[in-house]
Design a protein around this ligand. Structure first.
Ligand code: PLP
Length: 370
């Protein structure tokens, strides 16, 4: 009898099953101590996560979106300023720029890596540009050499959106330590995820870390003194404790993702799918395993029919989203991103995935491509 059970895009239940004793103990500890807001659990996770990222400081915040927004605010970016970013990402990247009153300026991506193209960024710089905000899309570090060179030439800040790339490396250095600051999400499905919303800002800049720490907690400098108008954007202690339990397993989980990704690439090498490709100096962590085909919608429908939870990240680039209609962009303005949006397909991938599950995805794909 062949196994016909559905295969999800990510399987969070399998991950909990593997780590249940540690996670249950962490949750019980927080409840027993009844210290739910900031406190020792948050400080312990921040120290561990900063060390993991090979950086000096980590500040826990309420989400990846909050991490981006607080970083931009802490750098003094606001109305009248422009921040250059990719149109091929989750909308939160651009929303954070809008939230501080600045303008997202899109630049096209590289067709091989789907990450920001430094030459396109250079061409988008104006006298109002203050920062470049690349995304390490699908867990693959952006071209940080090229982007840092543009930032240096024009005196711009460089901020990593590392929401999909916990543990990825660029020239042997972890993301989180490659720019002025890096913003992480701990949304449940991310490579390091909590059991609700969470995020962190990671930086080697002590003043920037202090400002983010103050802004996340109502601008507070002491219990009853609020130095500036801030936000309720703290990481809570329950999430921090869960993250502390999961962090020691992140490297093994990323290694499992890489092994499964390599196996997909081997099994699909003779198809006409375009497979992920990374330059030799980066170590991706495969938040997603993304293939590309002009027959994407047909292939996706076939996989879904077979109970396989494939997805599309992302079908509509940000410059064509209704929310950004006010920027006045037209189809054709970022052709590489637009072509990718019509052709990319994310296959199921999670550290606990079995080779049998992977084989079923591959044979369903072969049927669809036939
Ligand atoms: C998930 C994600 C975010 C937002 O993170 P949240 O924790 O959901 O707010 C931002 N940027 C990218 C690229 C993401 O994938």
């Amino acid at each position: 009898m062949p196994d016909l059970s559905p295969i999800p895009l990510v399987d969070l239940k399998a991950q909990y099953a593997a780590l249940k004793p540690e996670i249950d103990a962490a949750i019980a500890r927080v409840i027993a101590n009844a210290s739910f807001i900031l406190g020792p659990e948050v400080r312990a996770f921040e120290a561990a996560f900063a060390a993991y990222c090979q950086a000096e400081h980590a500040v826990g915040v309420s989400s990846g979106t909050a991490a981006l927004e607080l970083t931009l605010r802490a750098l003094g970016i606001g109305p009248g300023d422009e921040v250059i970013t990719t149109p091929f990402t989750f909308i939160a990247t651009a929303e954070a720029i809008s939230a501080v009153g600045a303008t997202p300026v899109f630049a096209d991506i590289d067709p091989a890596t789907y990450n920001l193209d430094p030459a396109a960024v250079e061409a988008a710089v104006t006298p109002r540009t203050r920062a470049i905000l690349p995304v390490h899309l699908y867990g693959q570090p952006a071209d940080m050499d090229g982007l840092a060179a543009v930032a240096r030439r024009h005196g711009l800040r460089l901020i990593e959106d590392a929401a999909q790339a916990h543990g990825a490396e660029h020239r042997g250095r972890r993301v989180g330590s490659l720019a002025d600051a890096a913003c992480f999400s701990f949304f449940p499905g991310k490579n390091l995820g909590c059991y609700g919303d969470g995020g962190a800002v990671v930086t080697n800049d002590a003043a920037l870390a202090d400002r983010v720490r103050r802004l996340r907690d109502h601008g507070r400098t002491s219990k009853y003194v609020h130095e500036e108008v801030g936000f309720g954007h703290r990481l809570d202690a329950l999430q921090a404790a869960i993250l502390s339990a999961k962090l020691p397993h992140l490297d093994a989980a990323n290694a499992a993702r890489r092994r499964l990704a390599a196996r997909y690439s081997q099994l699909l090498a003779d198809t006409d799918l375009a497979l992920p490709s990374a330059p030799a100096h980066v170590t991706p962590v495969f938040h997603l395993y993304v293939v590309r085909t002009p027959r994407r919608d047909q292939v996706l429908a076939h996989l879904q029919q077979r109970g396989i939870g494939a997805g599309v990240h992302y079908p509509l680039p940000l410059h064509l989203q209704p929310a950004y209609r006010f920027l006045g962009h037209q189809p054709g303005q970022f052709p590489v991103a637009e072509a990718a949006a019509g052709q990319v397909l994310s296959l199921p991938l999670f550290p606990e995935m079995t080779e049998e599950q992977q084989d079923r995805v591959v044979s369903a794909l072969r049927e669809a491509l036939h």
